[in-house]
Design a protein around this ligand. Sequence first.
Ligand code: GRF
Length: 210
Amino acid sequence: MVSTTRVNDYHEQGRLGVAVFASGTGTNLQALIDAQAASDYQIVLVVTDKPGAMAIERARSAGISSLELSPKDFIDKAAYEAQILKELANYEIELVVLAGYMRIVGATLLQAYQGRMLNLHPSLLPAFQGIAAPQQAIDAGVKISGCSVHLVDEGLDTGPIIDQRAVPVYVTDDAASLQARIQQEEYKLLVEVVQAIAKEKIAVNGGNIK
Ligand code: GRF
């Protein structure tokens, strides 16, 4: 369901129009929302594959339009993504940020947003791709982990890395405590990267990072 009205006067203000995709709690979305007043991007749309997700409540509280679409209501992934794509075009979205979007992006969205879609991952990629990255780090016994922002490609957490932050891993850590430490860095990293792209300090168009 699409809610609230179109907001695209951000173009006139020279701001970068961003859509955030989230499946869960959306604390990274919140970090982007909290920082945007002092930034050069504007979150124009929040998309979820999990109707009722906490991320949608955060969008509503901030007056941001939201799109809640359950993939099971579509015949296939291409149809699901085509509907999302239509809305991204309606809102003139320039950059897509996957922040806790627990779904592999398919060809429909990838082709349209090649080089303009970021993902946030809770490890120092290329280590520990896929789910439960903090647990993977604990299991491997690494002493340093962290978070990465990378461009999305057809793989799982494999696209070109844009930036990373490291955190220590303590012997007393479990997956939850490590994840909590990583998330504190994620909030800063994600805001910094999106702002740098908005300010054109990082050019990611076409998948080339400069
Ligand atoms: C983050 O840790 C991110 O790295 C991972 O999913 C988590 C989302 O957390 N991809 P939240 O929904 O932003 O709180």
